[in-house]
Structure formats: C-alpha cells, structure tokens
Design a protein around this ligand. Sequence first.
Ligand code: FE2
Ligand code: FE2
Length: 472
Amino acid sequence: MTEADYQEKIPNNVDLHEDRRLQRALESWQPNFLNWWESMGPTLPTEDVYLRTAVNVGREGWAHFGHVAMRDYRWGIFLAERDRDRQIGFGQHMGEPAWQQVPGEYRAELQRLIVIQGDTEPASVEQQRNLGATAPSLYDLRNLFQVNVEEGRHLWAMVYLLHAYFGRQGREEAEELLHRNSGSAEAPRILGAFNEETPDWLSFFMFTYFTDRDGKYQLGTLKESAFDPLSRTCEFMLKEEAHHMMVGTTGVDRVVERTAQVMVENETDDVAALGVIPLPVIQKYLNFHYSVSLDLFGSETSTNVANYYTAGLKGRWLEERRRDDHKLTDDSIMVDSLTPDGEIGQTEVSALTGLNTDLRREYVADCEGGVKRWNRILADAGLPQRLRLPHSAFNRKVGAFSAIEATPEGEILNASEWEQSRGQWLPTDTDKTFVRSLMRPVHERGKIAAWIAPPRQGINGKPFDYDYVHLS
Ligand SMILES: [Fe+2]
Ligand SMILES: [Fe+2]
C-alpha cells in the first residue's frame, strides 16, 4: 500500500501516476470540480479552516489536521488496503475471488449504483451551502466545512471509479454529477431527500443524524460488493462518515440540552420567547428528517435489489456477521404492507426481494439509539417529555405506505384529516420562520448562540474556544 502522494496534483494511494490516461482524464475533471465547488459550495468567505485531511488509510494516523484554505483542500482518492485473498461473501458467486475489474454482464448495474451514491455527495454540499452565514459558533462552522469537504472527497471517490472502470460512459456520468443540482427544476439530484433544502442548523443536525446515516448504511452494503475497488472505496468513506454522524448526534444533543436547561430554569415548556427551540418543534423536525430518510431505502420489496444481491453487487449490512447461507434463496422476511382493505400490516415475501426492508430495519434500530440519548438528556434534566421516532407509515412518499396518510402513532387518516393536522407533526412555515429567526451567526472565538449548548469536547483535542476558522 503506497502512502498518499501529496506532491501530485491529485493526492491518491492508487498509484495514479502509473496510468497516465486515467491521470489525465481526472486532471481534466479537476477544474470542473473546482468550478462546481466555487459556484455551488460554501458561500461564506473564509481565509482558512482547521480541517482534517486524509493522508493514509491505515488504522492509525490516517488523517492530518491543520488550517487550510478550503479551495486548496487536498481532495484525493483513497481506497482501503487491498486484501489479496478477498473472496465474494454472498450471492451466486460466493467463494470466488473478488473482482478487480467490472464483469461485462454487471457493468450497467454497477455504474448505476455508483452514480446514485455519487450523486448524493455533492448534493449535500449544495443543500448546506448557505449555513456558514448563520453558524452558532466557530466550532460548528468548522464541522460544517469538514462535512462539506469530505462530501466533496466522496464525490471524488465515486468519480475515480467511474473514470477508472467505466470508460467513456463513466466519464460522461462524472460530468453529469456536476451538472445536476439540489433542488434544480431542470436537473435535480436523483433522490428526493437530496433536493430538500437545509435552511437552518436544526435541519443540518437532523440531516447529518438521519440522512447521512442512510448514507452510512448504503455504503455498508456497497462495502460488501464483489467489485473490490468499490468495496475498498466505501470502506474508507465509512471512516470519514463517522465524523458526520458525530456532528449530527451531538448537534441534536446540544439543542435538546439547551432547551431542557431553559425549560427547567424558567419552569415552562413555552420557551420560544426565551430564544430556544421548543421540544415540539424539535420533534417535528425529527419527524420530517426521519420519514424522508426512510424513503431513501426504496420500496419494501425490490427485484432489482434481489438481483444485485444474487449477482454480488451489493450485500447486506455486516454481511459477514449474518448466520445464514448468504444466498437467501429459501428464506423469507416480513415486510410492511397494506392489507387488502387498506390497513397497515405486514406480509411475508422472499428474503431476497425484501432486502430493502432488511437494511431499513438495521437503520431504524440505529436511529432509536439517538432518540434514547436525547431522552436521557431530558430525563437527566428532570423533565417528563420524551422524543420519539414516528411510525414507519408517517409521511411516506415511497413504498407501501405512500398510498396512505398516517399519524406519527400509525393511525390512518383520510386526506382532509391529514391536511388539517399535518402542521402538528411536520414543521409549519411558522416553525421554520421561528427557527430561522434564531439563526444569527456567532463567529466570535469561544462564543456560542443562545439556542444551543457548547460541545463537551473540541476537535482533535483542541478546546472549544480554539480559532477553528479564520473568516476573510
Ligand atoms: Fe458522503
Ligand atoms: Fe456524510
């Protein structure tokens, strides 16, 4: 395994210099990427930011921290170390050596999977581009930019695969990844949740908790792929992704903590006038981000996904820990469905077609961990209120429950009941305007906005009042 070469135009650990054609192709994509970053990336002008840059893929010391101008960030190509004996772990090719090239018969499917993953990475940068202007602290501002540059690097990771393994079509797809834009009417991003705006920091924390976490699970399935370069790319991306999860988890922690504090100090639930976000508004944001993220897992059943699995393109979350035959041809699973008379129910399908449900279940269990954490903060403050995940039928646009409307408790509503009461469960314009009204920037070192508690720890052992960002 070669260490990253930072003298090169494109830092990488894939011996890019040995493949001049590929190197030139990526070098000609690079200015387009930088143009995209300038026009669609963070809008707040900065001198430099205390950022983590990946320098190696080993267990220890894989990243370097330092103040860098964001435009000069060393986006690079990093694949986890190759295991020369790696075998395919599931599906009809189980036990065969992992593929170092794309098999002709799976070319179109693999390219599609990579494009869909690749499309989400720059989308989130676009969604978050204006948040710098309202950051609650320099610490938070730095975390936002860290997430942004790493999502940019994840785009690089997918573009590398497209360029290196998918020929002219791959290069065309790499261009398209810069042309589609989040929320654009003509050329939107591929997946719905990535066309929603992230207009405030509560949305940002909910996004990094719920939507980035979907990304973690998708990467987890691609990490199992028989196509080894994809597997190794995703393995390393997951490492970076952990920080994004941390930003979301602790971000919501700190919002809940501050709200709880003000509730207790003032002995009231009605804290909007006191400049913090009331718990019911936090719950509505949670309901929204959780439900749109559930949609990202697709329909409860999918023959495409069954085929991906059988072919070895995409596995299950933690495939190697599953105690079954890793082929699933004789197994079944219960999935969400509507009964013939339109009630919420479950139905048994073959395990292969139910794989989206399998992955979504792992995700839901993980999300419950966050809710537990936040409820512990409320309990520790001596408050009786609790946050909860809404029912899987709530506010769904994809899958069995997209045909109905339901309360967060899972009771079916007719269309007019839904219209009348949705404002109790999803952020209203009034809620959004209120949250936005709190979003005044605090760009002063060591200071923090009143609606959020400071973090327990800084970044890389630095204190909270460190000069994480120099504005220009
Ligand atoms: Fe990412
Ligand atoms: Fe991420």
